[in-house]
Design a protein around this ligand. Structure first.
Ligand code: C2O
Ligand code: CU
Ligand code: CU
Length: 501
């Protein structure tokens, strides 16, 4: 008999672990596929909340609350939402305005609410340190210093972000500015300008939508077999204009979507996470990782019917083969139909959007004051499988509330180099800034990744270099976060803290 060496033994353990994960996924897909089918229903459009102005401050009221949703006719599901049973209103704000958001916690547990993509003081960011206790109100206040963009908000409680978002707490946040006004982009909310929060969830036969923090899902991220668009299953939208602007947010916990339309109908991406691109980019597929946003324009013919769907794994991911596809994560996202768009027989003609949109000041490598490296690693050993060791790490560490990992000087331009040493894809998010991607493995990013970003998907084996400038807000006592936006990875500790001083 051959005695296994340490390395073959490790390999064996890894293979066994992978095999059991593979079985887990297969079972899940089958059971959810059988779970529910639903009648087509009109796409829910979250209420547009423009706030009220009192002595120069625009004020919004939000309440985190539990509720009941009817995702499927006749079946009720326990959920959580913001000012409603599931998801929250779309907040509209304007560059230069001072805003205050009263966040009331009507849950029976603590939570937080974070303004994802916003440039603001760390103490107002709503990260894991800004806890809102049950029954209390937290009222952050800040001035919008930001380009027109589609941002979002969601809870960010340490160890609980994934569950709170899964239950339904998230919403979109639209920022407008003079540049976006001048472009005459479609901007009739709910008519030719639609927020689109894409998610997937698991439902049991009784309607329950349980959050399952099993080891499998901590490793792989929590995914579901039912697609939701703004919380609507089998959603359709009746278009009355020949052009639609979709503000798409991947609001899932862990799924990377590869979006497109039937018959490879093309569309134009006009904005990435942090605002408009320099020029629109014509695409037939758009890969969006958790927390990424893209604004797209699509043109419609009278009576046209098209479906926005997920086309499975993107292929540009560096996942090869069965194993790669599995651990490359989200190779296994089903061919979801998110939204059917039904164009009316006569369509109102909207104004044509120019190809050239805005000018983006490029940060230059030569101007960098500091370079930092972040190594993403994954542990797959037996201790991890038993839950005794953390699976996903940044620079070999798990997040600790009491530890500041990086100290940044106000006004500095920095290059952050992210190496992914693991075999899963990780969407890395940095608070406070909109960064620019310098390169992926030494190559310029594709045109739709050349704008402002706050999430970047880092593929297995890949090295991505980001450049950013830390401006306006310094506070040695309040840290900002950087983390993987697969929420189970974030909760498992794949997060670090930086202060700007
Ligand atoms: Cu979308 Cu740290 O968050
Ligand atoms: Cu964020
Ligand atoms: Cu991750």
């Amino acid at each position: 008999m051959i005695k296994p060496t340490a390395s073959t033994r490790r390999q064996f353990l890894q293979t066994t672990a992978l095999a059991s994960l593979a079985v887990g996924t297969a079972t899940l897909t089958t059971s959810t596929a059988m779970a529910k089918t639903s009648e087509p229903s009109a796409l829910n459009i979250p209420r547009l909340e423009t706030g009220r102005v009192e002595s120069g401050v625009r004020i919004y009221d939000l309440a985190l609350q539990n509720g009941t949703m009817e995702f499927f006719k006749g079946t009720s599901t326990k959920t959580s939402g913001i000012n409603g049973a599931y998801l929250g209103p779309t907040l509209k704000m304007r560059d230069g305005e001072k805003v205050r958001i009263n966040v009331k916690n009507n849950l029976k547990e603590i939570s937080t609410l974070h303004w994802h993509g916003m440039h603001l003081p760390a103490s107002q960011d709503g990260g894991p340190h800004q806890i809102v206790k049950s029954g209390e109100i937290w009222s952050p206040e800040f001035t919008i210093k930001q380009k027109a963009a589609s941002l979002w908000y969601h809870p960010h409680l340490k160890g609980k972000t994934a569950e709170h978002v899964w239950r339904g707490m998230a919403g979109m946040l639209i920022i407008e500015d003079d540049e976006s006004d001048a472009l005459e982009l479609p901007n009739q909310y709910g008519i030719d300008d639609l927020p689109l929060v894409l998610q997937d969830r698991n439902f049991e036969a009784n309607g329950n939508m349980p959050y399952d923090p099993s080891m499998h899902f901590i490793m792989m991220g929590m995914t579901g077999g039912t697609p939701l668009a703004n919380g609507t299953t089998s959603a359709y939208f009746e278009a009355k204009t020949n052009q639609l602007r979709l503000r798409i947010l991947n609001g899932s916990n862990a799924s990377i979507y590869n979006l497109g339309f039937d018959n490879d109908k093309s569309f134009k991406q006009i904005a990435s996470d942090g605002g408009l691109l320099e020029a629109s980019v014509k695409l037939t597929r758009l890969e969006l990782a958790p927390a990424e946003r893209a604004e797209i324009l699509i043109e419609l013919e009278a009576n046209e019917k098209i479906t926005l769907r997920n086309f499975g794994s993107g292929g540009s991911s560096g996942n090869g083969g069965m194993m790669g596809g599995m651990m490359g994560n989200n190779g296994s996202v089903p061919n979801f139909k998110f939204l059917e768009i039904r164009a009316a027989g006569t369509l109102e003609q909207s104004s044509t959007v120019p190809d050239k949109l805005v000018t983006i000041d490029r940060l230059r490598e030569e101007d960098a004051d500091q370079t930092r490296t972040f190594d993403l690693t994954m542990n797959m050993g037996p201790l991890v499988m038993m839950g005794l060791k953390n699976s996903h790490l940044i620079n070999d560490k798990v997040m600790k509330m009491s530890r500041i990992d990086e100290t940044v000087k106000l006004g500095d331009t920095e290059i952050w180099i992210i190496h992914n040493h693991g075999s899963m894809r990780h969407p890395i998010h940095i608070h406070d800034v909109q960064f620019q991607i310098l390169d992926r493995d030494g190559r310029a990013p594709p045109p739709n990744e050349q704008g402002r970003k706050d999430v970047v998907l880092v593929n297995p084996g890949e090295t991505v270099r980001l450049i950013m400038k830390f401006e306006d807000y310094a506070d040695p006592n309040a840290p900002f976060m950087y983390h993987c936006h697969i929420l189970e990875h974030e909760d498992a500790g794949m997060m670090g803290q930086f202060v700007v001083v």
